[in-house]
Each structure stands twice: as C-alpha cells, then as structure tokens.
Design a protein around this ligand. Structure first.
Ligand SMILES: Cc1cc2nc3c(=O)[nH]c(=O)nc-3n(C[C@H](O)[C@H](O)[C@H](O)COP(=O)(O)O)c2cc1C
Length: 164
C-alpha cells in the first residue's frame, strides 16, 4: 500500500494538517506540495488538502483533483476560517467532489485555520465575503492540537476504508 499526502497551503495551516496525516499513516508514503506532484499514478490512496478560498477549492488545487483517474482512491482535507462543519466549508468539499468526477472519494476532513487579520479586514468590507469573514475571527488558534489529533484519526479511518 502506497500513500501520497499532498497539499496546497498559502500560510501553513493546511500544511500542518498534512504533516499530521502523514505522521499518522504507517505505510510506504510520500508528502509533497501540490505544485511538486508530477503524477498521481502508482499510489493506492491520495490525501489531497487545500485551504477553502472564496467558499471553494483554490485554483492551484483543482488540476490534480480533475486529473484523478476512474476508481482512484482519494481523501480530501481542508482548513478554513469559517466554523467547522458549517455550510461554507461543506460547499468547498462538494466542489471537490464535483471535480473528482470518477475517483473513489473515501471521505473528507476539515478544521479551522487562522486567517490573516488583514484579509479579514479587507473581506468584511465586501458583502459577498462578510459571512465567513465574521466567523473567521474565531479561527485564530487553529489548527490546534485537538484539530491535529482529529486529522490523525481521520487518516487512520481513511486507510482502513482504502483497504476494504
Ligand atoms: C484569498 C482567501 C480566501 C479565503 N476564503 C475563505 C472562505 O471562503 N471561507 C473560509 O472559511 N475561509 C476562507 N479563507 C481562510 C482560509 O481558508 C484559512 O485561513 C486557511 O486555514 C488557510 O490555510 P493555509 O494556511 O494552508 O493557506 C480564505 C483565505 C484566503 C487567503
């Protein structure tokens, strides 16, 4: 069983979660920034992570998801400023599901990630971003130790599903 953990991360939050997932899994494994992945062939499971941006999957993370082959096993993870389990973060996961088309999506993990205060300030001024901008103020301490422990538990559950 060979696993690839790959992530796009602007300010390091999603990378922290990626590293927790990578630590938790006990198989032949690699971890790479998304821009360094040349091919997803030869992996039995892919963990693909991204920060939620504008309620969706950032452009930099889209090609690798779109290029997943039929039946390829993938688990998504994301960090976001908005509340965990909230509508805004769910929407991004649904977008990832849509992009993944024929891949076999095993599951998704999301937790909050600190948002740059300058970005919060800027986005609060725009009506279309106000909702998550308000929520994002509470994400300051994330991802925290509990988030990373949850990410590790998620990783193990995904590995168990991949083996089924
Ligand atoms: C341009 C931009 C847009 C964002 N849009 C959203 C959003 O729509 N919803 C949300 O919950 N968080 C949003 N965020 C917050 C990030 O998802 C969050 O801070 C994330 O943890 C950043 O992860 P990173 O450090 O891996 O880049 C946005 C951040 C940036 C920079």
């Amino acid at each position: 069983m060979k696993a690839l953990v790959t992530y796009f991360s602007l300010s390091g939050n999603t990378e922290k979660v990626a590293r927790a997932i990578f630590e938790a899994i006990d198989v032949d494994k690699e971890i790479k920034a998304i821009q360094d992945v040349r091919s997803t062939d030869g992996y039995d499971i892919l963990f693909i992570g991204f920060p939620v941006q504008a309620h969706s999957v950032p452009e930099a993370a889209q090609p690798i998801i779109r290029d997943l082959k039929a039946g390829q096993k993938v688990a998504f993870f994301s960090t976001h400023g908005s509340l965990r389990g909230g509508q805004l973060a769910r929407q991004a996961f649904e977008d990832a599901l849509g992009l993944a088309a024929k891949a076999k999506v095993l599951g998704h993990f999301g937790c909050r990630g600190k948002v740059d205060p300058r970005i919060i300030e800027m986005l609060l001024k725009k009506p279309e971003h106000k909702a998550w901008g308000e929520e994002a103020k509470g994400a300051d301490s994330h991802p925290d130790a509990a988030d990373l422990a949850d990410a590790k538990a998620f990783a193990l559950e995904m590995m168990a599903r991949a083996k089924q």
